[in-house]
Design a protein around this ligand. Structure first.
Ligand code: ACO
Length: 275
């Protein structure tokens, strides 16, 4: 069960859209062990929460997240291997394993600073919208290390070889427009429009059949690293499973609307389960 209150995260619900807000604005929402433990719990709950159809991850104040907490995650856990292993496991659990495979659509709303370890949260989300004014950067190289954890893997997943090498090796900061150019986010908008654009995208997703959305993202993320034969076998089985889970018989209704009633053009309109 979700708790009413978390120290480091705020949860807001709005008709199927669940906002998960990293909430340490005074520390630029740096990802501390305490935040990782709370998020590990929250994401497990939201995964099975019937009220959550789309999850938006963002940060309180002017930051998305300044990355892993340099004091609490790194310095304070030096020489404490057990605590470090626990914190690392919680971090990996929510920032990658559960978030990348979250069964419902996820959107990262990058409102401001997004550095280092925050990239793995960003890339693990299915979609991302940034403020033009947001500041991104892989600052690791500037303090003498390389982007560890899942950061380098996340960057390799999301952007081209040239862009990846450039941002990894230089550590130069860049803005939301540049993040959109390199496809690290889907698009960027002026900060004043960020929330409105995010809500509009979330509403569009919520108008579609949930079982189809889950299958669509799960299939993409599963087949990406399979060979052709495995992908064909997987998708054949997935199609049967999806059809069995589609209790609304959405596809049958849509076929009737298009072929018989001629009331619907799926190429041009969204899904209409209510008809
Ligand atoms: N870890 C811990 N604390 C942080 C972090 C962080 N990653 N980022 C910011 N903070 C803290 C600062 O220490 C400061 O705390 P204090 O008020 O107790 O001194 C507070 O947040 C505000 O930081 P400022 O630097 O004063 O804020 P400003 O808005 O000027 O700059 C910026 C924000 C650009 C994010 C800057 O704080 C920064 O460069 N942070 C480090 C970013 C970074 O290198 N992240 C990668 C971490 S490594 C990894 O994720 C794997």
């Amino acid at each position: 069960m979700l708790k009413d209150h978390y120290e480091n995260v705020r949860i807001e619900r709005d008709g199927g859209l669940t906002w998960v807000i990293l909430n340490r604005p005074e520390k630029r929402n740096a990802l501390s062990p305490a935040l990782h433990y709370e998020m590990a719990e929250i994401i497990d709950e939201l995964e099975v929460d019937p009220e959550t159809q789309v999850m938006v991850l963002t940060g309180a104040g002017d930051s998305f997240s300044a990355g892993f907490d340099l004091r609490e995650y790194f310095r304070n856990l030096e020489g404490k291997p057990i605590e470090k292993a626990r914190a690392k496991r919680a971090a990996h659990h929510w920032t990658w394993e559960r978030l990348y495979y979250f069964p419902k659509p996820t959107i990262a709303m990058v409102n401001g600073h997004c550095f280092g370890g925050a990239f793995q949260v960003l890339v693990a989300c299915d979609l991302a919208i940034a403020a033009d004014e947001a500041a991104f950067g892989l600052s690791e190289i500037n303090w003498g290390v390389y982007p560890g954890g899942m950061v380098t893997k996340a960057v390799a997943e999301a952007v081209s070889y040239r862009d990846a090498m450039y941002i990894i090796l230089t550590g130069r900061p860049f803005d939301g427009r540049e993040a959109a150019r390199m496809r690290l986010v889907n698009f960027s908008v002026p900060r004043a429009q960020l929330r409105e654009e995010t809500v509009s995208l979330a509403n569009e997703l919520m108008s579609k059949l949930p079982v189809a959305l889950s299958a669509a993202k799960e299939a993409y993320k599963a087949v990406k690293h399979m060979d052709f034969h495995q992908a064909f076998e997987y998708m054949t089985a997935k199609t049967i499973a999806t059809s069995a889970l589609d209790v609304d018989k959405g596809r049958t209704k849509a076929l009737g609307q298009f072929l018989d009633d001629k009331s619907y053009r799926p190429g041009l309109q969204g899904f209409r389960v209510e008809d």
